[in-house]
Design a binder for this molecule. Sequence first.
Ligand SMILES: [Zn+2]
Length: 509
Amino acid sequence: MKRFVPFLILAAASILLAQAPNPVVLRTSAGDRPITSTQQAGQTLFAADDVITLLGGTVVHDATGFRATINNTVAAFGPDSQVGVVREELIEMPIAPVVIDNRAFVPWQFFQGFLSRAMDHDVSWDPGTRVLSIRPAQHAVVAVQVSVTNIEGISKVVLTLSAPAEYTMTRDPDAYTIHFRGMIRPPFGEQTYDDPYLKKATFIGNDLRIQFKVPDVVGDAYRLENPFRIVIDFRKGAAPAPGTPSPVFGTRSGESPGIHTIVIDPGHGGKDVGAIGTGGLMEKDATLTLCRKLADALESRLRTRVILTRTDDSVVPLDQRTAIANQYKADLFLSVHLNAAVVKGAHGSETYFLSLDASDELARKAAEVENAAPRTTPSASTTDLRLILWDLAQQEYLNESSRFAQDVQEEMNRATGVQNRGVKQAPFKVLVGATMPAALVEVGFISNPDEEAKLKSDEFQARVIDALTTAVERYKIDYETRIGVIHPTATPPPAPAANATSAAKRSGT
Ligand SMILES: [Zn+2]
């Protein structure tokens, strides 16, 4: 019998070997190295510390999650969340990382999102050979399409790329130049435009030069994914002094502290229609109408810069809405929605700020409804919030968001004279990732026929616009007073009564 024992051990070992997948190899310019991996829901996950350490970085684990660092670039991620964060941008993963023996295991998409930004490297995973390759980005030839449209006084230039590309921008007194780091295939050599601000676009090598027709044009740039687009909004504004280096994104750095840029987010859009009233009013249309008017009111009354996350009936994924606000370095974010009744006969407005823990059952329900927007990217559960809350310093803004939400709610109550539904906390996805005070207002119940009818009237719309403008103004003055930008004795806040009369005056606009 003894003779069979080695045979049995061998047989058992071979069964184990047959079941265990081959080891994963990390392939870099330094050669091949085995790394630790695990299988999870049909996906291969890789030990983050193995990969990051081999590339010269670090991974640390604390009470709140994991932080990977390479070249001073930090990526934050954690179990339970399919979204990581690097440089205020989101890394989407098909499944959430897992923790085994205190080590984080992540899908290869995490490395792709992180390393492309931290070291301009490409990552690919071949499940057949079980090789994870990490190498300097190749920057293959990228096809560029250019479109120029003028909407409401803004000339929007959209560059649609066949693949993501690295680029920088510079501005001269009479032009913007986008320098692509890799090879591009331009759609034309030169194109002139019948546009109030823009004269022509010229491709020279890997540069695109956009020349202005008039002086004093400023541009704001941001990026959108899937497909990769570079969007530049040109508008009338004071050009910087010649020779001033141009920021690629936003203007917050160097600007005096305070509330200067406000992003207004009209809820829903495109095939995501939102709630629909019994009279047929669609939330996506009502929010766009309100937000366009609100943008005008804020610009003229507060002289702040206002950016809308959408200006037409287009689909904008929830995470891109705050990404736009972050790219613009906005100081305040307000998402505008209309409620659908969870309770029959419900009416009035509600204001929310972001929290993982919904303040009551109805708040949680409201968040679920708003979060259910169709997605163009892999879905991420509300547990995503756990990660982003701690990392993105949204904690830092919760107190400010709460104050802002309070101002919004009070002004809405005053203007509409309806019952106070109050300020609530709920895990609204559209507020996730905002690196500024952010709130979401449900202006009224579109599902309530009385409120639906009111929402269609210019008079009621004007009251709402005035209430929201006053709320932003109140918050701005309150905030700027607290940080010492304005002194209460020198600039007293306007009395609420004065605003009520100005509402009537402006109701025709
Ligand atoms: Zn909504």
